[in-house]
Design a protein around this ligand. Sequence first.
Ligand code: SF4
Length: 228
Amino acid sequence: MSTDLKEFAEKASAELADATAAEALAWTAEHFGESWIVASNMQDAVLIDLAAQVKPDVDVLFLETGYHFPETIGTRDAVATVYPKLTIVNAQAEQSVADQEAEFGLLNQTAPDRCCFLRKVVPLRQTLSRYDAWVTGVRRVDAPTRATTPIVQWDDRNGLVKVNPIAPWSDDEFNAYIADHGILENPLVSEGYLSIGCAPCTAKPLPGQDARSGRWAGQGKTECGLHG
Ligand code: SF4
């Protein structure tokens, strides 16, 4: 991607440091036209709802790893019904889960970094190569690794602008938005899953620990390689 786009992102990062979510998304729609996509893990539709207000036919990226809970797939399909104008882009690995397991076994148990690379990092990179910006729901309170997330940044790994409109939101603000706007939520949230990823790698967080502590619990891994 061009040096110009990187410089543009770095300048915008300072200018939009205190932007609201609505301002950040309006800026994204204004500057990137059709060339931006909203990433969702289908834990809820907060970010999708916010983005659809500035672009009802926005593209939504879902990493269809093949290892999701049925409730997550159900949430994705419900999102498509509630927001009929948007396009859900299902990013998939080259190998099916069956072929991967036949060739490598259960990588999510033996080599989760490799599994995430094949089923998340590569499909994400391939999809993002078609856009100039992506929008994520990363929040600073998610985990210590995310405590300094800016609203706009340059994503060097994937070569495009990354916008995090709800980075400053507290859990209370986030939950209030869901309640006030009747936003779709993955039914697993009400069962205590506070950060939902692939089924084999997601557990409920222990009391007093951050929401992402249930991801790859006991494996010493905290991120998929998407936002690190
Ligand atoms: S979260 Fe688990 S199952 Fe999903 S891609 Fe990563 S290692 Fe594989």
